[in-house]
Design a protein. Structure first.
Length: 453
């Protein structure tokens, strides 16, 4: 097992950048020409540029760049980058039963480690500094995160058909890794979904979550057909299953929630302080799902909403810029209101919303003194952003992952002027090319699970 701590960062100065301020409510604003002073991984001060710098180990020239809080990918399956583009133009049932779950039965721990490392490289390049992962062989993902320098909340995927030992191993992972990598790795318990995990297992895992002080990360009410199926089979919605089994009481990050209905909202509101829903609109559009995550209703109920990509087998990229843009566009369309989901509200969902969804609201999600120094320097000088009338609008509707220049996590520089410093991309791509044919082979006729919600 690799070293899970990061060497303590020295004093760092990001000089002369503009800074995106994301308040808890109201309009975001851009503070012009600022210096960001960092010590021991924490933002010490954000001040007008030009003041004398004392005992600074590293100075980053931020002139002409906009500093934004590191993006949060609130729901993904990072190793699925190995399956990128391998399950297209199929139904939801075909995606699971004919493609993805058969492919996942091929995965070895080494495959998962490789996929997670490749995903980390992609996310660093696109300005994602924190992600919520839900997958198999979680130790391998944690090691990849420790190596990359990123921040992640990792939930080990659990199906009831894997038995008691698998359930106990997810708990052991939480006991061993929560707070690892110098605090950059946190753990949630990860029952897959109410239709693949028995109520007894949900109750057991919820009890362990409360004991360990960790949260739950679960797929629930992913689309309306799942809710209708649950009502027909059990007489209650998937969200009420989470309520009755103690998952909501333990604190839950719910993936997707497109099938959340009006009767679910009071239940979610009861646990609003510890419940969040991750919205991943690209996969809903690809699978022709309707309705979308009811973002407006959830926010009105006080429930945190965050932005995710889901896995690259569905979303194709781990690009949160693309995801947040689609949240804004699809939500305006869904409620037929062009004034809804403003640029400030969209940025807040992707930044502070993501931090709250992962239980990290006091650490990340904003560039403020006392917050961890997760800083992304973006270049909005490209023709696709100019003339730059409103940098906030450019971030939501124009910016690309390729506009990210420098990425800092916990005061450590992971990418500088477009050069990755913690990952060897050419090596990762060569390793991925060597295993992908085996991973994608579905001729064996087996699968990790059968989709029949």
């Amino acid at each position: 097992m690799s070293d899970r701590t990061t060497p303590s960062a020295g004093r760092l100065l990001v000089r002369g950048c503009d800074v995106l301020r994301v308040p808890p409510t109201g309009e975001c604003e851009v503070l012009r020409a600022r210096d960001i002073v960092v010590a021991a991984g924490v933002i010490q001060e954000i001040r007008p540029t030009g003041m004398a710098a004392h005992e600074v180990a590293d100075v980053i020239d931020g002139r002409g760049l906009l500093a934004v809080p590191g993006l949060v990918n609130a729901h993904t399956h990072s190793p699925m980058v190995l399956m990128r583009g391998a399950a297209e133009d199929v139904t939801v049932e075909g995606w699971f039963n004919d493609r993805v779950w058969p492919m996942e039965s091929n995965l070895t721990p080494a495959d998962v480690r490789l996929g997670a490392r490749l995903a980390c490289a992609e996310m660093i390049r696109s300005g994602v500094t924190t992600f919520a992962d839900h997958y198999f062989f979680p130790e391998q993902i944690a090691e990849a995160v420790a190596e990359s320098g990123l921040r992640a909340d990792i939930a080990p995927t659990h199906f009831s058909n894997r038995g008691q030992e698998a359930l106990e191993s997810t708990v052991r992972f939480a006991e061993e890794w929560h707070g690892g990598a110098g605090g950059r790795v946190t753990v949630s318990l990860g029952p897959h979904a109410p239709y693949t995990v028995e109520d007894a297992d949900l109750r057991t895992l919820a009890g362990h979550a409360r004991r360990l002080g960790v949260r739950m990360h679960i797929h629930a009410a992913e689309h309306l057909e799942q809710t209708h199926s649950s009502l027909e089979r059990r007489g209650i919605t998937p969200i009420r299953v989470l309520h009755e089994t103690g998952v909501l009481a333990a604190g839950a990050l719910i993936a997707h929630g497109c099938g959340i209905v009006e009767d679910d909202l009071p239940l979610l509101a009861e646990y609003a302080d510890s419940t969040a829903v991750a919205c991943c609109p690209k996969v809903y559009l690809k699978h022709a799902l309707s309705p979308l995550t009811p973002v407006r209703d959830l926010l009105a109920a006080g429930v945190t909403v965050a932005v995710g990509t889901d896995g690259a087998a569905g979303h194709n990229t781990l690009d949160v810029w693309e995801a947040l843009r689609l949240v804004a566009l699809t939500q305006k369309q869904a409620v037929r209101d062009a004034t809804w989901m403003t640029v400030s509200d969209t940025l807040r969902l992707a930044l502070r919303g993501g931090a709250r969804a992962l239980g990290l609201k006091d650490r990340i999600g904003a560039l403020e003194p006392g917050m961890r120094a997760d800083i992304v320097l973006t270049d909005l000088s490209g023709t696709h952003c100019r003339p730059l009338h409103d940098p906030r609008a450019a971030l939501v509707y124009s910016a690309r992952a390729a506009d990210v220049r420098t990425v800092i996590v916990d005061g450590r520089v992971l990418m500088r002027d477009g050069e990755l410093l913690t990952m060897d991309e050419s090596e990762l791509l060569a390793e991925a090319d060597a295993v992908v044919a085996r991973v994608l082979d579905t001729s064996h006729g087996t699968a990790v699970q059968h989709y029949a919600p």
